[in-house]
Design a protein around this ligand. Structure first.
Ligand code: NAD
Length: 266
């Protein structure tokens, strides 16, 4: 299937590793021109080179340093993409995860950090790209959220509180901007084996005093597909939602969790 996004211009947030990097690689492989951002120059440049090499010699991949918890950086990121490629079609919203922990262990500073990084960065990125999408009456916005948006996770209380808000935001924007050709969707990943997931798994295993391999094996047993996901498996869904082929999908939240979420609607 030709996804119809050759030469479309995409911003992928927080893409030096993990889910963002996989999404950026998937878009570049389909011929989209990709701007990826994160906070660390060296890792960002190396991710951009890797994606360029994998996507082929004519791949257009630009690295732009930006801290997504700073509005000025987000505005500069979007300006850079438009100045470099002359347009902007696709936004993949993503950021580092909010602080991990249960209710008693989290102070206002941790909550504030979560709001800035998880919620406000999404709002600010959408605000910055909308004028460009409105001008051309075509846009795709895909928000990477979490299974915690559907099914709260005790020790991810900040994530579980904020992510449902992103589903609400996306639904309202989908309602409002559909007539302008702008589609807004979310993906709600379960356990996907990225560096962050490995760190969280190691910390949960340590808390229980068991080897991380045992923790991963037990976790896999709870997932209908009996394993954690690969970043590329989430990226495939994101790339589809960002494509021409997803032209009648908006306001959706798509679970990519190996069947882990137990609700009826996914
Ligand atoms: P990761 O830690 O592997 O990668 C995070 C990326 O975000 C890195 O590129 C990092 O440099 C960048 N980043 C962090 N803070 C930033 C900031 N302030 N500004 C710019 N870039 C920043 O994480 P991941 O596993 O890819 O997860 C990405 C998001 O998806 C997180 O919000 C996470 O909570 C969520 N999520 C992940 C999973 C999973 O299983 N991996 C599941 C559900 C939700």
């Amino acid at each position: 299937m030709d996804l119809g996004i050759r030469d479309r211009v995409a911003i992928v947030c927080a893409a030096s590793r993990g889910l963002g990097k996989a999404a950026a690689a998937g878009l570049a492989r389909e011929g989209a021109r990709v701007v990826l951002c994160s906070r660390e120059q060296a890792r960002l440049e190396s991710a951009a080179s890797e994606i360029r090499a994998a996507a082929g010699s004519d791949a257009a991949v630009l690295a732009c340093l930006a801290d997504l918890s700073r509005d000025a950086d987000i505005v500069r990121l979007v300006d850079t993409a438009v100045q470099h490629f002359g347009r902007l079609d696709i936004l993949i919203n993503n950021a580092g995860g909010p602080p991990v922990g249960t209710f008693p262990g989290l102070d206002d500073g941790a909550w504030q950090q979560g709001v800035e990084l998880t919620l406000l960065s999404t709002i600010r990125c959408i605000r910055a790209v909308l004028p460009h999408m409105l001008r051309q009456r075509w846009g795709r916005i895909v928000n990477i959220t979490s299974i915690a948006a559907r099914q709260p996770v005790n020790d991810l209380i900040i994530s579980s509180t904020l992510r449902p808000g992103i589903l609400g935001l996306s639904k309202i924007l989908a309602n409002q901007y559909g007539r302008e050709g702008i589609l807004v969707n979310c993906v709600t990943p379960g356990f996907i084996l990225t560096d962050r997931q490995k760190e969280i798994s190691a910390s949960r295993a340590a808390t229980r005093g068991i080897p991380v391999e045992q923790y991963i094996a037990e976790l896999s047993g709870e997932i209908p597909l009996q394993r954690l996901g690969r970043p590329e498996e989430l990226a495939d869904v994101i790339v589809f939602l960002a494509s021409e082929r997803a032209g009648y999908v908006t306001g959706a939240a798509i679970g990519v969790d190996g069947g882990l979420s137990k609700g009826l609607l996914s």
